[in-house]
Design a binder for this molecule. Sequence first.
Ligand code: BGC
Length: 349
Amino acid sequence: MSVIKQSFGTTGNGLPASLYVIDNGKSQISVTDYGATLVSVVVPDRNGVMADVALGFDSVTGYETSNYQGATVGPYCNRIAGGKFSIDGAEYDLVRNENGVTNLHSGGELTRRLWTAEVFSEDDMIRFSISREDSVNGYPGNMDLSVTYKLADSATVIITYGASADRKTFINLTNHSYFNLGGFDSGSIEGTLLKICADRFTPVDENSIPTGELLDVAGTPFDFTSLHAIGERINDENEQLALTGGYDHNYAIRYWDGSFREAAFACDPVSGRTLTVLTTLPGVQFYAGNFLKGTPGKDGKPMTRRSGFCLETQYYPDTPNHPDFPQCLYDENKTYSSVTSFCFGHLTD
Ligand code: BGC
């Protein structure tokens, strides 16, 4: 068990970023205070060969213009239609940072800031905290947030979130890791097998905003109720796949009741590495990395289209504009909390 702090370079504004490496003798993760970001996850394959399965960068610089690799996203992750919502009759105008139309990932507010770190070496744990000011990018509420990363068992990353604001506001936090179970530089994730514990998903419009329907996955390329390779049907002729250039959709986790339950399972048949995702949240955005464009990442290796997949646990996208979705509107000083874990393992054959 150990937590080692090292330099992670300097931001464009001249601020030092740190990297915290947690090693429990069986696996190793690292996290940076910049964006409270999960930087690396080094885990064994079926032959004991270690690889880093998280896409990312070697220093803070890459994270300043990233596609949210490993980042904590909030106060509202994913999209808000037209960058607008109302609370008790008051309308809020958010920054429209996607094509001038949609608010995406709160404009990166929390992702592009340095958080304060507290190290709990005995527990293989780091807690990041930050305060945001009312109205940044249009979101209401001065808010205190914390994100805790703990490396548990042999290779389980437990992420615990907490937040509360001084005004009634929407809160929806996620981790935006891109995983490739063969290793960050092992190419396409289309061969990865995936299961998602959901019978329904939220179809989207041309701006990737949920239409409000919950569609059955049965009989569609969105059916991951049993294991399917990500690439098996990703290029099928399908209106929803065409709108988003591949999977980039929120799934409604089966039997959601706020308890900690399985959301998804992935397995790379080549290395044998597996990932089980558990969460207390009602949704998971399965994003197949369709918009990755070859930006150089770790070791200068390009992060090409579909070389990483994301399983972003969350409340559904655009919930503020869909009263029928599970709600995430928190009263003044009411605490938001959620837990998500990424549990890594391997096949034993
Ligand atoms: C979205 C993608 C987007 C990515 C990076 C994901 O949460 O669903 O559409 O490209 O984040 O911003």
